[in-house]
Design a protein around this ligand. Sequence first.
Ligand SMILES: [Zn+2]
Length: 235
Amino acid sequence: MSYAALKQLACQANLDLVKAGLVVLTWGNASAADRAAGVMAIKPSGVPYDRLSADDIVVLEIASGRIIEGTARPSSDTPTHLHLYQSFPSISGVVHTHSACATSFAQAHQPIPCFGTTHADNFYGAVPVTRPLTAQEIDTDYELNTARAIVETFTKSNIDPVQVPGVLVASHAPFTWGPSIAAAIENSIVLEFSARMALASLQLNPQLAGIPQPLLNKHFFRKHGPGAYYGQKTK
Ligand SMILES: [Zn+2]
C-alpha cells in the first residue's frame, strides 16, 4: 500500500470515530498499519477533527518509531500504538476513544463482563482492565507504560488479543484493535454498545451472571476462527 493510501485510511478512520459518536473534541485517535511495509499512520496531535486531512497524518516505522513521512507532531499516544503493534503481530489497526460507557468501566477499574451475544460476537469473554500505573510509570514514558500494562494484562491472564480485541486502561479509557483499521473501529463501536448494555443489565439485575459458556462459544466461533460460518463466503 502506498503511504498516500495508508494516510487516507487513517484519516478516514479518525473521522469515522467522530461520526460514530465515540470521539468528542480531540479525545481519541486511530492508526492504521501496513505490515508488509512495517509502518503505521496516525493522527497528528491536537488537530481538530473538522480540519483533519490526509496530509496531516504522520507515518512512522513500527520497529523504531522513526517518523518516515509527515511534518506534524504525531498523536501523544503514538508510543502506545507502536508498542501494541510490536507486541501483537496480527493487528493492523488500533483505536483509542474515551467513549462514555466503556470509560465508566475503566474509571471503576472493572472489566466489562460478557452478558450477551452482542458482546460475544466480537469479544470472547470479559474485556479486561489493566492494573493502575505506578507513579514512576506515569512520570516517565507514560504512553509506552500504558501499552506495557495492556500487554502485561493479556500475558498474565493468558488472554489472546485476537479473541479479545480490546482493553480498558484503568482510570483512563478503552483501546481496541483488529486485523484491519475497519475491524478496530467496529470493535470500538461494539465495545461501547456492550458497555452501555452491561451497565443497564447490572442496574436491572445486580447479581447477573455472565453469558452461559456454550452460548459465548457459539456466538464467537461462528464468526471467528477456522469453523466460522457467519456471513458470506469470501472468494
Ligand atoms: Zn486517552
